[in-house]
Design a protein around this ligand. Structure first.
Ligand code: MRU
Length: 360
C-alpha cells in the first residue's frame, strides 16, 4: 500500500516528492548528482537510509553516462563530494557514497579495466568494455545497498516486535517508515509489524514533527494507509501524552549513532527521551547498522544540520512570525546513550544504558 519512495529506471532515478505528500503524489525525475543533491537538501527524498540509497542510485546513473574508466571515476568522485555535502547529519549518506566509490575504484583497478583510457595504441573497444564493467559494478553496488536496506528493515521489524509481546500504546516521532527507507522502515516498521501480529492490539501516537511536519504529512499517511489505529499530536503535547495517556514505549529512528549509543535523530527526540525517563518507560532506537558511526566515541562530534530559519517563521510558505524575526532551526538533536533503553539493528537488540557499538 505504501509506495517505495524511489525507483531506478534506466538512466534516471524517480523520487516520490515527499514535500508534496500527502496532497499530491508526484514523481520527479533525477538524472544527475547535482539534481539529487538539491532534492536531498530540499527533503524531496529524506530519512537517513533513503538518502543513502538515493545517492547510491544516482551514482549508478552517473557511472553509466559515458567516458573512459578514469573519466568515470573522476566524475563519480566529484558527484560523491556534492552528494555528501547535501546533508551533514545522517551518516548513511556518506556511508553509501563511500561504498559505491570503493566499488568504482575497485572496478577501475581490475586487470584490463584501464585499457585504452590513456595507453596509446590500446583499442577503443577495450576501453568501452572496461568502462561498461565499471558502470555495471557501480549499479550492482547501489542495488545491493537498496536490497540490504530492505532486508535490514525486515529483520529490525522482527527483532523490535519481539520486545513488545503485550504493550499497546506507543509514541513515535518524525517519519521512519517506507518513505524514510528503501521501502521498509525502522521504528515505524516495528509498529507496523506489531499491528500485523496483533491487528487490534496496538495504538500509535504520532508527533507532527515541526517545522516540516514529517509526522503529520508522512507518518500519518503511512499509518492510515496501513490501517493502524493512530492519532496525531502537536510536538508540544508529547510529554503530557506520555505521562497522561500512559504510553508504554517511545520508538524512534536515528540519523547517526556514536559508539557509546549517543543518538542523533530528528529535533525533539531528546525531549521525548527525557519525558520517557520521567515516565519510567523505554525509548527504543531502531536503525540499520548503516546508521552506526563507531568512529565517533560519543555524540559531541556529530554535525547537526541547521536549516533555513524561514522554515520556522513560516509554515508551508505562509509567514507566521513578524517580518524580520530571527529564528533558529536545528534539524536534529543528540540523545545521550544512557537515555536509550535499547538499540535495535538488523543484527539484533543491544540493551543500554551503556553501549560499546564498536564491536557490532
Ligand atoms: O529531516 P528528515 O526528515 O530526513 O529526518 C528524518 C529522521 O530524523 C528520521 O527519524 C531518521 O532519518 C530515521 S528514518 C528511518
Amino acid at each position: 500500500v505504501i509506495p517505495e519512495p524511489l525507483r531506478l529506471e534506466g538512466n534516471r532515478v524517480l523520487l516520490l516528492d515527499q514535500t508534496l505528500l500527502p496532497e499530491r503524489e508526484v514523481w520527479i525525475e533525477v538524472r544527475d548528482a547535482d539534481t539529487m543533491a538539491s532534492a536531498i537538501a530540499r527533503l524531496q527524498v529524506r530519512g537517513a537510509p533513503a538518502i543513502g540509497i538515493a545517492a547510491a542510485l544516482v551514482l549508478a546513473v552517473e557511472a553509466g553516462r559515458g567516458g573512459n574508466v578514469s573519466e568515470r571515476v573522476a566524475r563519480l568522485e566529484q558527484a560523491g563530494r556534492v552528494l555528501r555535502a547535501s546533508r551533514p547529519t545522517a551518516v548513511n549518506l556518506a556511508w553509501a557514497v563511500d561504498r559505491v566509490l570503493d566499488a568504482a575504484r575497485d572496478a577501475a583497478r581490475a586487470p584490463g579495466a584501464a585499457a585504452g583510457s590513456s595507453a596509446p595504441g590500446s583499442s577503443a573497444a577495450a576501453s568501452d568494455e572496461g568502462a561498461a564493467r565499471l558502470a555495471a559494478r557501480v549499479r550492482q553496488e547501489a542495488e545491493a545497498i537498496w536490497r540490504e536496506d530492505l532486508e535490514a528493515s525486515r529483520a529490525m521489524a522482527a527483532h523490535g516486535a519481539a520486545l513488545f509481546p503485550n504493550e499497546r500504546r506507543f509514541l513515535t516521532h518524525c517519519n521512519t517508515g517506507s518513505l524514510a527507507t528503501g521501502g521498509g522502515g525502522t521504528a515505524l516498521g516495528v509498529l507496523l509489524e506489531l499491528h500485523r501480529r496483533r491487528p487490534d492490539g496496538i495504538e500509535v501516537w504520532a508527533t507532527e514533527t515541526r517545522p516540516l511536519l514529517q509526522g503529520a504529512r508522512l507518518t500519518a499517511w503511512e499509518l492510515q494507509r496501513s490501517g493502524v489505529p493512530a492519532r496525531l499530536i502537536p510536538d508540544s503535547a508529547a510529554a503530557h501524552v506520555i505521562l497522561r495517556d500512559r504510553i508504554q514505549a517511545v520508538l524512534v529512528g536515528a540519523d547517526r549513532i556514536a559508539r557509546n549509543g549517543d543518538t542523533a535523530n530528528k529535533i525533539g527526540t531528546l525531549g521525548l527521551a527525557l519525558a520517557a525517563r520521567e515516565a519510567g518507560i523505554p525509548l527504543i532506537v531502531v536503525a540499520p547498522s548503516s546508521t552506526l558511526d563507531p568512529a565517533l566515541p560519543d555524540g559531541s562530534g556529530i554535525a547537526i544540520e541547521e536549516r533555513d530559519p524561514s522554515e520556522v517563521t513560516s509554515i508551508r510558505g505562509v509567514r507566521t512570525a513578524p517580518e524580520g524575526m530571527e529564528a533558529r532551526n536545528p534539524a536534529f538533536d543528540v540523545t545521550p546513550g544512557r537515555l536509550v533503553a535499547a538499540i535495535v539493528t538488523e543484527r539484533g537488540v543491544r540493551r543500554g544504558p551503556t553501549y560499546d557499538l564498536g564491536s557490532v
